[in-house]
Design a protein around this ligand. Structure first.
Ligand SMILES: *[C@@H]1O[C@H](CO)[C@@H](O)[C@H](O)[C@H]1NC(C)=O
Ligand SMILES: *[C@@H]1O[C@H](CO)[C@@H](O)[C@H](O)[C@H]1NC(C)=O
Ligand SMILES: *[C@@H]1O[C@H](CO)[C@@H](O)[C@H](O)[C@H]1NC(C)=O
Ligand SMILES: *[C@@H]1O[C@H](CO)[C@@H](O)[C@H](O)[C@H]1NC(C)=O
Ligand SMILES: CC(=O)N[C@H]1CO[C@H](CO)[C@@H](O)[C@@H]1O
Length: 558
């Protein structure tokens, strides 16, 4: 297993700056299976008449047919993009016939795919076993690489099959054809002295390079956004673990100098230079409110999202007094992924006065920090501490908050379920701080109702058991008593679960858990209180945090 054997693999020899490995060997990617034409009896109709499509046109038609029940296929942009790309795959004869998507009838194809997926569900045990074995064979052959002296898992060695692009929200490119990736698209990265993976017969790689300053094994450019895709190591690998570890070490370094940084920006609120004042107020927001520095947008994202530097006058309201508090700033804007940030925060008088000054003679759509942009702020952060970014403040604050909350909320006398509830509460405190909200899941009410009926049933069972206990004869009392205690315990477990789920309704715990919380804090907490690590990290998370599970002692302090 990774991490087994003497010493810690997380603290091995370091290479010179920028060098990621000395030896890298792998088998290359697994390509999507080739297209299998539809059986003759599955028909496509155009304008009410059967039409036999060429293989290429048929393949793209099947992508649409497979999505027929999805809302996407009713959206105008989706249909327009799809039709345009589909026509590129048609023969000239098909092109001249098929001119109107609304006249295309994919229902027969769609029924065929539904029947197939039903058949897959009905597969015999033996058939399922065969598929499982084939997957295991692929994993064994392609799922691992050798990086220096370690055999490492590869995260995504299978290349996504072609299909139609969906994108998030109303993406302007939805419906476009995601091309099939061929060996000719692929760049292989491995070391010169390794066995270079052979391309599939009859094909060539686009390029084979030997770049040990990068950690990817395979790359290609996808055709929708033109972005470069990579095959990389699993998060459990040494190299990923090391990167993760460094991130939290940077946050720990901030802990040591945060007081100095805070004193500095307080001084700067009084600066004669407007630029310095704006920078200092922005930094205060980043520190205090865990705001992001800029607006890092998804490619193609059109929503009007902002970060700290791009805040506009219309995004804040100043209240000299509000609900008994002085100097309150009311924020209301769309942050990353269009998540609304709404918050009313009392700030220091000097910050308030500065904001009034920044807003003087400005229109609502003007920049609040007109002398500032993301690069200026980031440069300043670098000067304050090497490796410092707005994210580091988040990581620092989230991690230190988790540690404090865990200390505060954990009751040593609690049983394991109650302790886990405290852990989740500490996590929620952090998620709220980071504004990781979500809409209540669609299934929320139903799952709550299910849980409630389980609780009701358990309560009845307990009442019965207690009645039995009362009427039991002396010799049976002990046994009955044990039984009712057991039911009581089960009831408590269910009730804790219900509380947990209710409190979690509008909070997404995953993001902070995965990205902002030093996992060593959680691991140490588990070790200290004898909580199985599986109770707080699922399998994926345990792999990602393997380094922390190996390293953290129960007395670890962030
Ligand atoms: C496409 O076909 C639909 C359905 O037959 C029809 O209502 C529509 O007018 C056609 N559009 C064009 C541009 O011919
Ligand atoms: C973390 O952020 C919260 C919310 O702004 C703030 O109240 C708290 O003081 C911060 N904690 C630390 C240690 O920076
Ligand atoms: C930020 O501002 C500086 C100085 O005004 C300017 O040189 C730089 O190009 C700006 N950067 C961006 C990304 O706008
Ligand atoms: C573990 O939790 C994450 C959310 O943090 C989720 O995305 C992932 O699918 C889960 N993995 C497993 C194996 O349950
Ligand atoms: C030597 C070389 O080609 N290096 C490239 C490796 O891949 C990264 C990421 O695509 C490029 O930035 C390097 O220039």
């Amino acid at each position: 297993t990774p991490g087994a054997g003497g010493g810690s693999r997380w603290e091995e020899e370091r290479y010179p700056e920028g060098i990621k490995w000395k030896f890298l060997e792998h088998k290359g990617p697994v390509f999507a299976p080739p297209y299998e034409p539809l059986p003759e009896n599955v028909k496509f109709y155009y304008d009410g008449k059967v039409m036999k499509l060429s293989t290429k046109a048929e393949e793209v038609a099947t992508f649409f047919a497979k999505m027929l029940d999805h809302e996407y296929t009713t959206k105008e942009i989706f249909r327009k993009n799809f039709f345009k790309d589909w026509r590129k795959e048609m023969t000239s004869e098909e092109k001249s016939t098929i001119t109107n998507l609304s006249k295309c009838d994919f229902t027969h194809m769609s029924q065929y795919f539904k029947a197939q997926s039903e058949a897959r569900k009905q597969m015999s045990k033996e058939e399922k076993q065969k598929i499982k074995e084939e997957n295991e064979r692929l994993l064994k052959e392609y799922g691992y690489c050798v990086m220096d002296n370690h055999k490492e898992r590869i995260a995504n060695f299978k290349i996504e099959p072609p299909g139609l692009f969906r994108g998030r929200g109303n993406h302007p490119k939805m419906g476009m054809l995601k091309r099939r990736i061929m060996p000719e698209d692929i760049i292989i990265n491995c070391s010169k002295d390794s066995k270079i993976p052979p391309p599939p017969p009859g094909h060539k790689w686009k390029e084979v390079r030997h770049d040990n300053k990068v950690t990817w094994l395979v790359s290609w450019t996808e055709n929708i956004q033109g972005s470069i895709k990579y095959i990389m190591l699993n998060p459990s690998s040494r190299i990923k673990g090391e990167k993760d570890w460094q991130k939290y070490e940077t946050a720990r370094r901030l802990k040591k100098c945060v007081d100095k940084i805070r004193n500095q920006y307080r001084e700067d609120w009084k600066s004669k230079e407007m630029k310095v004042r704006q920078r200092a107020v922005a930094l205060y927001f980043i520190d205090k409110l865990a705001l992001r520095a800029g607006n890092e947008k998804e490619e193609g994202e059109t929503a009007d999202t902002v970060g700290c530097c791009s805040l506009r006058v219309e995004h804040i309201k100043l209240h000299p007094e509000l609900d008994g508090q002085e100097y309150v700033v009311e924020f209301d804007f769309l942050g990353k992924d269009s998540i609304r940030y709404y918050n009313k925060v009392p700030v220091e008088k000097r910050v308030f006065k500065n904001l009034q000054l920044f807003m003087e003679n400005k229109q609502p759509e003007d920049d609040l920090f007109d002398r500032l942009n993301t690069s200026i702020l980031n440069k300043h952060l670098q000067d304050l501490m090497e490796g410092l970014t707005a994210k580091v403040f988040r990581t620092y604050n989230a991690s230190i908050t988790l540690q404090q909350q865990l200390k505060e909320l954990t009751n040593p006398d609690d049983n394991i379920p109650a302790k886990i509830l405290s852990y989740n509460r500490a996590n929620r405190a952090v998620a709220i701080l980071c504004n990781h909200q979500r809409a209540p899941p669609k299934t929320f009410e139903k799952s709550m109702m299910n849980l409630q009926s389980k609780i009701d049933a358990k309560k009845e069972q307990l009442a019965d058991a207690r009645r039995e206990l009362k009427s039991a004869k002396a010799d049976a009392k002990v046994r009955r008593d044990e039984k009712s205690k057991k039911i009581e315990e089960q009831l408590m477990k269910l009730e804790v679960q219900a509380t947990d789920r209710e409190e979690n309704k509008q909070i997404a715990l995953g993001t902070s858990k995965l990205n902002y919380l030093d996992p060593r804090i959680s691991v140490a907490w588990c070790k200290k209180w004898g909580i199985p690590i599986e109770k707080i990290y699922n399998k994926t998370q345990r792999e990602k945090f393997a380094w922390a599970i190996d390293m953290a002692e129960e007395d670890y302090e962030f």
